[in-house]
Design a protein around this ligand. Structure first.
Ligand code: ADP
Ligand code: MG
Length: 268
């Protein structure tokens, strides 16, 4: 009897495994090596706060994770499956744009500068991804958008245009826009850095609510108090690598690395 060849199967992902894994991620722009082997895991429902100096590659890391740019090397696995690439023989090649767009739905991103469409109302901004990317019927998209605006405390501003909203309200619309796609992971890139100080709290409150509801989040931020209170893990990022990664208490009260101590001495 001839032996049948065994199919090589990918290991089965279970909810006990990390929902997102970043492995040996590298990115260069021209001759500048911006990400130099970033590695981390995040489990479902965890909040990871990422701190680090300006220019250290934090935004680049998030853009790669949101599939807005390809990596030069390494991989991003969502529930054990590599994102943004397709296997071709022994090598992997980037997915074509149409398929990338599908995978992007699973990773939400909130930017420092909101990036709302000025000619669309708050509700239309939130609906857009559903109607244009997912072909959800208008009425259903509107209902789902309204539910998300309610969740960020803005259902009474649904008909307002971005210019009629405060920065904090615009950022909450941007959060609703990301949430409505029902992402597996939500990435925040300094979501309160462009806001007047008195508007920061309302955005952090919404984010804390999402964290309490079990949303998996990676938050690049300078808000040390928020990181300490809300995050499950705090990470120091510097020169394109993760320097330290620990629970908030360990990170802030007993940092292991000199680089972390130096960073904290400037922000405390
Ligand atoms: P951070 O968010 O930590 O401030 P960034 O990821 O924005 O850092 O940038 C890291 C480095 O990569 C910076 O030196 C920046 O100038 C460079 N960089 C980022 N994006 C680009 C790009 N699209 N083209 C060229 N250089 C870039
Ligand atoms: Mg940045």
């Amino acid at each position: 009897m001839t032996q049948m060849p065994q199919p090589t199967e990918a290991p089965v992902w279970t909810p006990a495994d990390p929902v997102l894994q970043v492995r040996n991620l590298h990115k260069s722009y021209q001759d500048q090596h911006v990400l130099r082997g970033v590695e981390f895991d995040i489990h479902q429902g965890q909040v990871k706060a990422v701190l680090g100096p300006s220019g250290s590659g934090k935004s680049t890391m998030l853009r790669l994770m949101a599939l807005l740019e390809p990596a030069n090397d390494g991989e991003i696995l969502l529930r054990g499956r590599p994102l943004g690439v397709r296997e071709r023989g022994a090598t992997t090649v980037p997915l074509p744009e149409r398929e990338l767009a599908k995978e992007r739905r699973d990773i939400g991103m909130v930017f420092q500068k909101f990036n709302l469409f000025p000619h669309l109302s708050a509700c239309r901004n939130v609906m857009l991804g559903l109607t244009s990317v997912q072909s959800v019927p208008h009425k259903e998209a509107e209902e789902r958008a309204m539910a998300m605006l309610e969740r960020v405390g803005l259902s009474h501003r649904a008909g307002h245009y971005p210019s009629e909203l405060s920065g904090g309200q615009q950022q909450r619309v941007a959060i609703a826009r990301a949430l409505v796609m029902n992402p597996s992971v939500l990435l925040f890139d300094e979501p309160t850095s462009a806001l007047d100080p008195e508007l920061v709290g309302e955005v952090l409150d919404v984010m804390e609510g999402l964290a309490n509801d079990g949303m998996t989040m990676i938050v690049v931020t300078h808000e040390v108090r928020f990181a300490r209170r809300v995050a499950d893990q705090v990470t120091l990022f510097d020169s394109g690598v993760i320097v330290e990664q620990a629970s908030p208490d360990e990170f802030f009260d007993n940092p292991q690395h000199q680089r972390t101590r130096k960073f904290l001495s400037h922000v405390h």
